[in-house]
Ligand binder design. Structure first.
Ligand code: 13P
Length: 251
């Protein structure tokens, strides 16, 4: 597969001056790609200013969350129309931090995926097991349910990207080995294939969890790993650019 993606999830980091500097540096140091995509997911507060820097460039903008209603009395929430208005093409849905700290469930993830896709946003849907679930050997069971529920009622995979992010690998410096990740990516593709058929081979499945310029090469050498969702290493331009350079060399 040639249409890989590297997305930087900035999480709850960056003031506007920091965001502008980081986005400018990523834009200026990365090539316009004929294949593959670079995506930045800054916090809501700086989407607009980052959009000013990346619009018209080769970099796409993503939000880190969305609400599943169009408008109304939902204090603190952000609608799909608002995200599109500030230049978002993508939205990350169901990140494990949202599931853990903000009580997102497979059901709300599904509502958000439906609303996001229905509104013309491309969705990066996050799944992944906890350390305890891996130790018990139930990671396929857990991730299989997450995938099926997130995709319930979704007819086409066109605008869907999956991010496999084992919770135990996020922010810990302990990434999944390429073999562990590939096994889960292969499993996820098979689960999707049961519903969507061969088109599943075109779906990008990203790996996330302690990705660095040092380990990305081995990870994306695997057949079913189509890129990365990067947290900590996306907050420094050198490391994020380093990851993108490794992608362009390898593919
Ligand atoms: P880290 O790269 O910091 O482990 O975070 C991964 C992640 O959660 C990306 O969404």
């Amino acid at each position: 597969m040639t249409n890989w993606m590297v997305a930087g999830n900035w999480k709850m980091n960056t003031t506007s001056s920091e965001a502008i500097a980081l986005a400018q540096s990523v834009r200026d140091a990365t090539p316009r790609l004929s294949e593959g995509e670079i995506v930045l997911a800054p916090p809501f507060t700086v989407l607009s200013s980052v959009n000013e820097i990346v619009k018209g460039s080769h970099i796409k903008l993503a939000a880190q969350n969305i609400f599943y209603e169009d408008k109304g009395a939902y204090t603190g929430e952000i609608s799909p129309a608002m995200l599109k208005d500030v230049g978002c093409t993508y939205v990350i849905i169901g990140h494990s931090e949202r599931r853990k700290y903000f009580h997102e469930t497979d059901e709300t993830v599904n509502l958000k995926v439906k609303k996001g896709l229905g509104s013309g946003l491309k969705c990066i849907i996050c799944v992944g097991e906890t350390e305890e679930e891996r130790e018990k050997g139930v990671m396929e069971f857990v991730v299989g349910i997450q995938i099926k529920k997130a995709m319930s009622g979704i007819e086409a995979l066109d605008n869907v990207v999956i991010a496999y992010e084992p919770v135990w690998a996020i922010g810990t410096g302990k990434n999944a080995t390429s073999a562990e990740a590939e096994e889960m990516h292969h499993f996820i593709r098979n689960v999707l294939g049961e519903t969507y058929g061969d088109v599943v081979n075109k779906v990008r499945i990203l790996y996330g969890g302690s990705v660095t310029p040092e380990n990305i090469g081995e990870l994306i050498g695997m057949k079913n790993i189509n890129g990365a969702l990067v947290g900590g290493a996306s907050l420094k331009s050198e490391t994020f650019i380093g990851i993108i350079k490794r992608m362009t060399e390898k593919r």
